[in-house]
Design a protein around this ligand. Structure first.
Ligand SMILES: Cc1cc2nc3c(=O)[nH]c(=O)nc-3n(C[C@H](O)[C@H](O)[C@H](O)COP(=O)(O)OP(=O)(O)OC[C@H]3O[C@@H](n4cnc5c(N)ncnc54)[C@H](O)[C@@H]3O)c2cc1C
Length: 306
């Protein structure tokens, strides 16, 4: 029944309901089959993982693919484990699995801190990390966390498997390096080393909201100095933004007060915020500065405790 069909006095009176356009539904059990189906539709088919971004878009008719390729029945995509110096996050690993994972605490702290801040428990039960970065919402939290952690994305397509650095994977608002018939099979995060720590700070209007501003920080120390700093920003640009100048200024430093303040200033400079319902550009830039400073101190403490 469409909105116009409802009679006066019906329980739905006055409510507007939107239904997706019709589509073909496929639930393959192998990756090869899934890639083949995607190829058949020549860019007019979509992968379905948790459905937490795709289904709302289809209901609003912002997306109307001819086919849906549901990957939830493909075995082997739900692993979350460290293997040979790399943390592997399979394409069907849910936000909730990350939230509960002991592996994501400690030196992978930026990931462990991000998971519980993504939306609400209902979305976290179904939504996936790979789906989040494939969706490439500039307000998505995982994009920043994975930039700070220097992740790589593994994609399978008709031509085989390729590995894409996260910086190259995120290309623009809701745009990635994925070809139409490619599927993300896993996200890989390099081991940041024993003296590492990270955090994710997120300002939201209320619990479950997208970020007004988010700042992801991951630090790795060696011999008392900072070897590598990863800093990335959410909600203050048309993509998640790597605060590259801030990272470079910190590398090799002793992370003293002056270095922290300068890095926070550079991160704020890298932000490209706009005035919107969540706040003014000036307000958001200031939050980036404060969160970067706070994030660096928290991550350094976590690394010391590691
Ligand atoms: C009410 C609400 C609040 C939310 N709040 C937040 C928030 O605060 N922070 C945040 O980061 N996110 C938030 N989200 C988004 C949520 O995190 C989604 O789970 C996530 O963006 C998409 O993951 P998914 O598995 O649900 O992907 P889907 O919805 O299934 O897919 C999303 C897109 O990615 C593609 N895709 C999915 N998996 C793959 C794959 N393996 N290979 C190739 N393409 C793929 C799909 O084709 C589609 O285009 C919110 C969502 C809702 C509904």
């Amino acid at each position: 029944m469409g909105a116009r069909d409802r009679g006066a006095g019906s329980p739905d009176e006055g409510r507007v309901r939107v239904y997706p356009a019709s589509f073909e539904y496929f639930a393959p059990t192998t990756l090869d089959e899934a890639v083949e189906i995607l190829g058949r539709y020549d860019g007019d088919a979509k992968v379905l993982a948790g459905g937490q971004s795709l289904i709302p878009l289809m209901k609003l008719r912002f997306a109307a693919p001819r086919a849906i390729v549901d990957i939830n029945r493909i075995a082997g995509l739900d692993g979350l484990a460290e293997e040979g110096g790399v943390l592997r996050i399979g394409a069907l690993v849910r936000h909730r699995t990350c939230e509960r994972s002991a592996v994501l605490r400690g030196r992978y702290g930026v990931l462990g801190d991000t998971a519980p801040q993504v939306s609400d428990p209902i979305v976290r039960n179904l939504g996936t990390v790979a789906g989040s970065i494939s969706h490439a919402d500039p307000q998505g939290d995982w994009g920043s966390a994975l930039l700070a952690a220097n992740a790589e994305v593994v994609a399978r397509g008709p031509g085989g498997t390729r590995t894409i650095p996260i910086d190259d994977f995120i290309q623009g608002p809701f745009t990635t390096a994925l070809e139409p018939a490619e599927i993300v099979t896993e996200v890989r995060v390099p081991d940041p080393g024993p003296r590492s720590g990270g955090t994710y700070l997120k300002l939201e209007r209320k619990v479950g909201d997208f970020a007004t501003v988010g700042v992801a920080v991951q630090l790795s120390f060696s011999n008392g100095t900072l070897g590598r700093a990863g800093i990335a920003l959410t909600g203050v640009g048309s993509t998640n933004i790597r605060a590259r100048a801030a990272e470079q200024a910190l590398a090799g430093s002793a992370l003293d007060d002056g270095a922290i303040r300068e890095a926070a200033r550079l991160a704020a400079e890298a932000a490209e915020p706009r005035d919107d319902i969540r706040g003014s550009a000036e307000y958001k830039r200031n939050i980036v500065r404060i969160f970067t400073e706070r994030g660096l101190r928290t991550a350094a403490e976590a690394a010391r405790a590691a």
